[in-house]
Design a protein around this ligand. Structure first.
Ligand code: AMP
Length: 116
């Protein structure tokens, strides 16, 4: 069997994480290297989809659930406004090929979309 992704290992409690939300299909935890005052990762428990394009095609309802979880977490952890980022592909900075959404919130600088 193929090796589990690092996020599946968090789901399985093989490695620790600061988990902030869990449902039957989704888990969310704090990014280990935060890029904003609030930086959470929202991750489907299945590692079937490598990126958001595959997820949108294969299970759009699960993608919609992730967006709703991101919104709820932004309300809970900040003022409700948030940036939702899916790095898709190595050249876009994706390092974990188990689809995940970055939720950034709280004191975001203006104009930080992409490189300065
Ligand atoms: P990406 O570069 O979009 O694939 O995002 C992967 C993210 O996972 C990075 O922001 C990492 O800091 C984060 N990350 C990697 N390992 C862990 C971990 N064990 N716990 C929490 N976040 C992690």
């Amino acid at each position: 069997m193929a090796e589990m992704s690092i996020f599946s290992r968090i789901v399985a409690r093989e490695i620790p994480a600061d988990i902030v939300f869990e449902s039957d299909r989704i888990i969310a935890f704090r990014d280990i290297a935060p890029k904003a005052p609030v930086h959470l990762l929202v991750v489907p428990k299945t590692e079937e989809y490598a990126n958001v394009v595959e997820l949108a095609a294969g299970d759009p309802a699960l993608l919609a659930e992730m967006v709703a979880v991101a919104r709820d977490l932004a309300v809970e952890h900040s003022d409700g406004d948030f940036r939702l980022i899916f790095n898709s592909g190595e050249n876009a900075g994706q390092t974990v090929f188990h689809v995940h959404a970055h939720v950034l919130a709280g004191g975001l600088a203006e104009g930080t979309l992409g490189r300065e």
